[in-house]
Design a protein around this ligand. Structure first.
Ligand code: AMP
Length: 197
């Protein structure tokens, strides 16, 4: 596999540029971009069983139950294990991170090499999310739901920063810069980290 970052997690609040950067990294390293939010939105659009089960959670900006998402992610991860992947949106709670670590016991090929923590000030997150709401018309990009999702991030997802820091695989990046500069910083940090490992 060589010294190439191929199993990455993007950890960042909504609006930090997580999806954009994940897509760029996927293209740069030739790996797959796996967005839990996109997978769920596709299921909702298809009107599948899982889509019907999760629709209301997505609309309200609530996290969908862990068991619903775990199965979906395991299937997707297995397909991407060979190529490599950048995860965007999962794991998102300590409980999910523990489940992901459990998976690695049976499938070492899906173990994370590095976790990117994109840091952006809260006011900037609000500004970007409202701008995206106008552009994309996502049902969960409205004022109250945005605040709710950011609150959930603080409460449920931010603890993952310490979780992965204690595993020694956390890389912190300043996300409050033009997107191309953020990408350059991420690639430099990842390449140096993987080379050193
Ligand atoms: P995102 O596009 O990552 O902001 O995700 C959009 C919505 O999908 C979230 O607000 C949740 O309702 C749901 N979702 C995505 N990933 C997860 C996850 N790992 N756990 C629970 N819910 C999730």
């Amino acid at each position: 596999m060589g010294k190439r970052p191929v199993r990455i997690l993007m950890l960042a609040p909504q609006g930090a540029g997580k999806g954009t950067q994940a897509a760029r990294l996927a293209a740069h390293y030739g790996i797959e971009h796996i967005s839990s939010g996109d997978l769920l939105r596709t299921e909702v659009e298809k009107g599948s069983d899982i889509g019907q089960a999760v629709r209301a959670y997505l609309e309200h900006g609530d996290l969908v139950p862990d068991d619903l998402i775990l199965q979906m992610m395991v299937r997707r991860l297995l397909r991407a294990a060979q190529t490599g992947f950048v995860l965007d949106g999962w794991p998102r709670t300590i409980h999910q991170a523990l489940a992901a670590d459990d998976l690695v016991t049976d499938m070492p090929e899906v173990g994370l090499q590095a976790v990117l923590n994109l840091v952006v000030p809260t006011e900037e997150l609000h500004r970007r999310l409202l701008a995206r709401a106008e552009k994309e018309g996502r049902t969960d990009d409205t004022g109250a739901v945005i605040q709710h999702r950011l609150d959930i991030y603080q409460r449920e997802t931010k603890p993952l920063v310490d979780y992965y820091r204690s595993q020694g695989i956390l890389l912190t990046i300043d996300g409050d810069q033009p997107p191309e500069v953020v990408t350059k910083d991420i690639v430099a940090a990842l390449d140096a980290f993987v080379r050193a490992g």
